[in-house]
Every structure is written in structure tokens, then in C-alpha cells.
Design a protein around this ligand. Sequence first.
Ligand code: KIV
Ligand code: ZN
Length: 385
Amino acid sequence: MKNQIRFYDTTLRDGEQTIGVNFSIDEKVALAKSLENFGIDAIEAGFPAASAEDFEAVEAVSEAVQEAEVVGLARMVKKDIDAAIAATKKAKHQTIHVFIATSPIHRETKLKMSKAEIIAKIQEDVAYTKSRVDKVIFSPEDATRTEPDYLVESIDAAIAAGATTINIPDTVGYDLPEEYGELFDYLHDHVKAFDQVAWSTHTHNDLGLANANALAGVAHGATEIQGTINGIGERAGNVDLIEAAVTLQVRHDHCQQAIGLNLQQATKIAHQVESYSKVKIAANKAIVGRNAFAHESGIHQDGYLKNPATYEILSPAMVGASASMPLGKLSGSHAVSAKLKELGYEMPIENIAHLFPAFKTLAEKVSIVSDDQLIALAEQEVAEG
Ligand code: KIV
Ligand code: ZN
């Protein structure tokens, strides 16, 4: 039997770090409820120490969510941790996520802290958090650019201090999939209490590898994927949870993990995030883009009409979408005939052959022929007999 992968959504926190995105409290609550219905296991509701409004939003989400864990993010600073604990205290399943950077560039230029000082901070602040809540996630920020032996040292310290999940952020989307997978193998072999905690992936998309990296992490022992809906987030964004989930589902022949999401809601929730964030979904975006199940060329339309599986590796219904066959200059007579039939014009093939040159001329001009335009051509054909 396959293990079920956990999905951890950070649309409301890392996703909101997208330039220009600012969800209202009502939108955060509505999104959290949709995420919960979608089957998300943990919702990172925000960074309560960031502002009074962030605090209020995390509180509101904590009250609204029933089944999923609600997570508050905190730097390793006591006032951040206190704020995260206070804002999530009404959550049915409360979790606190603490992070500190461990890579040389962050230690030396951002934090100006030595390796030993960071280890001491991890010991002190994870223990402080754990003394007040049961579930504590520890993230060594920029883990993938941290010296592996020092990464192990920081994780050992966090586990000894009570962390229950270790998250491995590829903060700047730098790793290649095989490196990210091998990092989990290395941690498996070197972290003293590897089996006593849960392991999570957190991948960014700077090189377009966020999904490949998350799946590599999962193939090498991670049991949870952190990401966002539509992949919104800092710079090029985070792994898109819908892409990760659908990949695991479609390639279940190859992947060892089962998913527990209600995938039929995927398109709807993607559109909700598009609407609230005002970040347009690219037309060619995998799974939820408006072209994801659109077939335009004649060869593809012909194949699709004979058997949708010729050009679709997943049924659009699986993700709550539907296929389309926009009629353009590359479309063939089979597609035109099928569309006419759908519009109530069942014509013999001679009539289609007669109408087709006029369709092609129009398609050259307008690029996509609308239903109304096709009906006008069909009416003309009927009138001419
Ligand atoms: O990308 C990152 O490192 C983060 C951490 C806060 C987990 O978002
Ligand atoms: Zn991140």
C-alpha cells in the first residue's frame, strides 16, 4: 500500500510575498476554507509578527478552519514566536514554524552570526516553542546552499530541542532534482534521529525546477510537500501544489505516494487564487491554464475526436475542467463538423466540404472562429442548399 503524501499550503504566507499581492482578511478566511475542502493537511496562515493585520488574519483563519492544521510562521525571535503562538491559539490543530538561515552567505552577510551562535539560537528557540506547543516545524533557510555537515548539525540541534517536522527549503530555487533528492539521502544517513521526525520539501521555482525538486524530495523520503496554489510566491514563486499533486496522480505507475486531495476542485481553487491575488494564470500553465486542455491544430483535433487519450494524459474532468477545440486556421473539417453537430447542425460531408473554404478564409482573418460566426456560415450553407 502506498503512503499518503501530506500537502502543506503556504499561499497565504509565502504566496502573499508575491509582488503586489495583498489578501484581505476575508479573502484569507475564504481561501483557507477552500484549501481545507480541497483536502490540504496544513495551512500556513501567515507571519503574525509582521503586522497587526497579519496577526488578525491568522487568528481569523485559526477560528475558521476545522480539520487542517493551522500554522503560524516565526523567525527565531521570541516576540515572533509569542505572536505566532497567540495568533494560532484557537486553532483545533496548532503548529508553529520557526526558521533561521544556515547557509554561509546568510550567516555572514544577513545575520552576521557565527555557526555556533546559530546552533545556540536553534537550541534555545525550538525548545522555547516546544515548551508551549506540541507541533514545531524547523526550517534551516537556504538549506540547499548550506554546508551539508553544518546542515546536519543544525537539524540535530532542532530535533534534540523538540522539533517534530524538519523542512528543507531550497529558498532560492538553486538545486537540481538529483541534488535535492541526494540531500535527503545524505540527511537520512547522517541525522541522528531521522526517523523520529517528519520531513518536508519547500522548493522555489527560480530555475523552473520547483515541481521536479519537490518530487525528487518525496522520492527520497520526504512525506510532505510545502507549496502554493498557482505557484505564487517570492520572485519566480514556489512549487504549485496542484502540479505536484496531479503529477503524483497521473504518474502513479511510477511514483510511490498516494494523494488525498479532492482534485476536482483544483481548477476552481486556482481561479479563486487568481481572482484574489490578481496574478493572472498563464494561458499555457500546466493543468489550470486556459489552454491546458485546448486542441487547435487539425491533426490534434482529429486524433482527439477519435480518442481523447491521443493528446490528453489526464482527463480534464479529473481537475474540474473541460476540454475545448478552438477552431482556427489549422483546424480540419472533422473538427468543424463536430462543432457544427454540437451546435445543432448535422450536415452531410459534402456540405462541410463546401462550407470549409469559407471557414478557412474567415479563420485566417479572425484567428479563432466563434460559435456565432460558424453558425452564420452554416445558415448560409443551408440557405444556398
Ligand atoms: O523559502 C524559504 O526559505 C521560506 C522559509 C521561511 C521556510 O519560505
Ligand atoms: Zn519559501
